[in-house]
Design a protein around this ligand. Structure first.
Ligand SMILES: Cc1cc2nc3c(=O)[nH]c(=O)nc-3n(C[C@H](O)[C@H](O)[C@H](O)COP(=O)(O)OP(=O)(O)OC[C@H]3O[C@@H](n4cnc5c(N)ncnc54)[C@H](O)[C@@H]3O)c2cc1C
Length: 492
């Protein structure tokens, strides 16, 4: 039986492990942290649970290809799917805009707010509907598809593809100019983090409104643990708290991996399911390069890396009647190297198990990019200064929450602050990135096979192969990497 070492127990590593076992390989996952899941995780603080990942999971709709993969990997085993009725509530200059899941309702509300914007609103809704037909290959990667399947697939996404190519080059602020109403203009400027193209919003709304972007009950950590269970039930082995240090190469073949505990383990195939930059620079000692990745790493303006500062609060109040996802304008404030004029608040009341009875958890997520990362990287060696800055931000956002909801004064407990350094420390994420390269007007789409030129039996997998990344990319690429190995073994 051929042996596969998988470096990294995130969603991609777990997916690769499950498909490896199902295809008759012997596989072992090595994870540097004490727990699998990677960025798809959560943690307990002061009697509350902080969910560190899933805002929505693409592939929750039965009948879709990704749903079948989640099902096969045990991710959705025996749990309910939470379908929220709106994508977010925006309070902008005295107006409240709710992005309803129901597109008819959304269109009606928008036109009621701004009849003069009717043509632009109708085009927006039509684009979202067309974007709903977008799909990603889930049976085979495109380069392994028989020609007739490839043609069929390309035809199936032709219309959505044209929305992508038309809107992918338009920034959110440029798009906002199509609307006359000031609140709608503000909505489109602020609907996505600074720098994203409007396509990111249209396609997120498409996934959400089609019912294919919902939340598996129990949240991120539980989902990763269900996948670990599926993997172990299939005979897979997980070794935690061990970091891969080097992939050992002999005659263009990866023969073994050396680990932080001093062991060296041989394998027939090695899958690097960890951050790609870590794989190239640390595990492969800079001996191999890849033009597609180099071009992106060397151009952080067009290929922005998203990260975040996340503040978690426990609330001694029932927030069931409060918005699930609220966006507020605010006085300017600085986080990292960036000035912000808004605050986002996410209310987890739809998950009663995350808080004691009658209580709730809320999170505020502040977008960060490369300049912010460098700010935090410089600050963090001074532990006291780092701690104080996190405290300053936690206090500041708490004040903003209290200003909007004065009834919560005295009921808020600060639980946690994470920064880009947290993501780097726990998962080795390059520049603390929480997804892969952002969709910006200047970025080009990439679909990477994960093959490393000059190396026969070592593959990259995970969210970095198909920016902008995310959980569906992680789970699908994990599967595809095993199918590539099957092809090499002439099993397909
Ligand atoms: C706050 C936040 C919110 C998010 N929200 C969403 C969302 O709503 N929807 C969505 O689709 N996605 C979301 N994401 C993104 C999603 O979490 C990631 O895209 C996905 O989890 C990436 O999976 P991965 O397996 O490719 O990589 P990772 O999760 O980074 O897994 C890599 C694993 O490798 C391990 N590792 C690294 N180096 C080594 C080494 N040398 N040796 C051993 N192990 C190593 C790491 O510890 C990690 O466990 C969010 C992420 C964050 C942080």
């Amino acid at each position: 039986m051929k042996r596969i070492i998988i470096i990294g127990g995130g969603i991609a590593g777990l997916s690769a492990g499950i498909y490896a076992q199902q295809h008759g390989f012997e596989s072992v996952i090595y994870e540097k942290h004490s727990l699998v899941g990677g960025q798809c995780t959560g943690w307990d603080r002061k009697g509350y649970h902080v969910d560190g990942c899933i805002h929505w999971l693409t592939g929750t709709k039965p009948g879709t290809g990704i749903y079948e993969i989640w099902k096969n990997t045990g991710a959705l085993d025996g749990i309910d799917i939470i379908q929220l009725d709106n994508f977010g509530t925006f309070e902008l200059g005295g107006y409240t805009i709710i992005l309803w899941k129901d597109l008819d309702r959304l269109e009606k509300d928008f036109i009621k707010l701004s009849p003069e914007d009717t043509p632009a609103i109708k085009e927006l809704i039509q684009d979202i509907r067309t974007a709903q037909t977008m799909d990603m290959p889930t049976e085979l990667p495109t380069d392994m598809m028989p020609v007739k399947d490839l043609i069929k697939f390309m035809m199936s996404i032709r219309k959505a593809g044209s929305v992508m190519s038309r809107t992918g080059k338009i920034s959110c602020s440029e798009y906002a100019k199509r609307f006359q109403h000031p609140a709608l203009q503000k909505l489109f400027i602020n609907c996505m983090p600074e720098g994203y193209s409007i396509a990111a919003f249209l396609f997120s709304m498409a996934t959400f409104s089609s019912g294919n972007g919902a939340i598996p009950k129990g949240g991120s950590r539980e989902m990763a643990l269900r996948m670990e269970k599926r993997y172990k039930d299939l005979g897979g082995k997980v070794i935690t708290r061990v970091s891969a240090e080097e992939i050992i190469i002999e005659n263009d073949c990866a023969t073994a991996v050396s680990f932080s505990d001093g062991t060296t383990v041989k394998a027939d195939y090695i899958i690097a399911a960890c951050d790609t930059k870590v794989s190239f620079d640390k595990l492969l000692k800079g001996k191999f390069n890849d033009k597609k990745f180099e071009m992106r790493y060397n151009n952080p303006t067009d290929y922005t890396l998203p990260s975040c500062v996340q503040l978690a609060y426990g609330i001694a109040a029932d927030l069931k009647d409060y918005p699930t996802s609220l966006y507020l304008e605010s006085e300017p404030y600085r986080v990292g190297a960036t000035e912000f004029k808004s605050v986002g608040i996410k209310n987890y009341s739809y998950e009663p198990s995350f808080a004691p009875e009658g209580h709730a958890v809320i999170l505020s997520l502040i977008d960060q990019t490369d300049p912010d990362y460098f700010y935090w990287e410089k600050l963090s060696p001074d532990k006291e200064a780092y701690r104080k800055e996190k405290q300053r931000i936690a206090d500041l956002i708490q004040q903003k929450i209290e200003k909007r909801f004065p009834e919560l004064i005295g009921k808020i407990t600060q639980l946690d602050v994470t920064t880009p350094m947290t993501y780097r420390r726990y998962t080795n994420a390059y520049h603390g990135a929480w997804m892969s390269f952002m969709m910006t007007p200047k970025s080009k789409y990439m679909m990477h096979s994960g093959k490393i030129r000059g190396l026969k039996n070592c593959f990259l997998t995970g969210q970095w192969l198909e920016p902008p990344g995310g959980l569906p990319t992680a789970v699908v690429t994990g599967k595809f990497t095993i199918l590539r190995i099957c092809k090499k073994e002439k099993m397909l």
